[in-house]
Design a protein around this ligand. Structure first.
Ligand SMILES: [Zn+2]
Length: 168
């Protein structure tokens, strides 16, 4: 039964959108670290995505509200773990598809820190090579113009989790 309840929680988390990225759920962004169910008490541990995105409180409230709609849930506690590291590699395939549908290029896979990276235009899929420094240090996304189809599109900056011992 616990397993079934966990699955219900996950299905619910897939309906909670990130306020910064409408229509991509917090689950598909890879923000859900763990879900614990103990009778009517649900504990959701989440990993914050972009440092500096001021939406964490809103996400907390949205997740709590959505989970507490389930009839068997008495209380849902949501917390953000600052120990866990999120990276754009945690975005699910479904999440990437949702991003593209909304004109946002998902971050590149196999990104190596410090290297140039290219993104694909979400409309025509042509490769657009961007240069790291067009993104500010805290910006989550940036607006680019596709050279092939001339559409503006947004791209998510790749973020790779750095091991904690590199941060001295
Ligand atoms: Zn294009």
């Amino acid at each position: 039964m616990e397993q079934q309840r966990r699955e219900e929680i996950i299905a619910t988390l897939k309906t909670v959108d990130d306020p910064e990225l409408p229509s991509v759920s917090v689950f598909d962004l890879g923000m859900v670290h763990s879900v614990d169910v103990e009778q009517g008490l649900v504990t959701v541990k989440m990993i914050p995505t972009f440092i500096g995105c001021p939406a964490l409180d809103m996400i907390k409230k949205d997740v709590k509200r959505a989970v507490e709609v389930l009839p068997w849930v008495e209380v849902c506690e949501v917390s953000f773990s600052m120990q866990e590291l999120w990276s754009t590699a945690a975005i699910t395939e479904e999440g990437k598809t949702c991003l593209k549908k909304h004109g946002i290029a998902p971050p590149p896979e196999h990104y190596v820190v410090g290297e140039e990276w290219s993104v694909q235009c979400p409309y025509c899929e042509s490769a657009y090579t961007s240069i790291e420094n067009i993104f500010g240090p805290t910006a989550c996304r940036s607006i680019l113009y596709c050279r092939a189809c001339k559409n503006p599109f947004e791209a998510m900056k790749p973020i790779i989790a750095q091991p904690a011992n590199d941060k001295k």
